[in-house]
Design a binder for this molecule. Structure first.
Ligand code: AMP
Length: 112
């Protein structure tokens, strides 16, 4: 089980801010910005590189949920960034696809 599956199963705690049948969103335990939320599909796709055409609806939903959470956290006007780390060069550390939602500070570009 990935650590995110354990959060979904309530085996380990997390600060959950959104959940439905397909998706869960919770605050990152090691935040890189004042707002740092992970938006995670309940069905495990290890990483974006392994997503398939049949995942299209779920992937779209992740982004729309991230936008909703950003709105709920009051970041629609100030702005925010979505990040997906896929594979070693991107620094992926949990092999369960997730979208990082980062905001509430000015974010540098390009990322490191
Ligand atoms: P990535 O490096 O893109 O795979 O992102 C994994 C993210 O999961 C990191 O930002 C971690 O801080 C975060 N993380 C790891 N364990 C937990 C946890 N138990 N609860 C919340 N976030 C976590």
């Amino acid at each position: 089980m990935t650590i995110f599956e354990k959060i979904i199963a309530r085996e380990i705690p997390a600060k959950i801010i959104f959940e439905d049948d397909d998706v869960i969103a919770f605050h990152d335990v090691d935040p890189k910005a004042p707002a740092h939320v992970l938006v995670v599909p309940k069905r495990v796709i290890p990483r974006l590189a392994e997503a398939e055409d049949s995942d299209q609806l779920l992937l779209g939903k992740l982004i729309l949920v991230a936008a909703k959470v950003a709105r709920d956290l009051g970041m629609s006007e100030s702005g925010y960034r979505l990040v997906i780390n896929s594979g070693p060069d991107a620094g992926e550390s949990v092999p369960h696809l997730h979208v990082h939602l980062l905001g509430k500070r000015s974010l540098g570009w390009p990322p490191g």
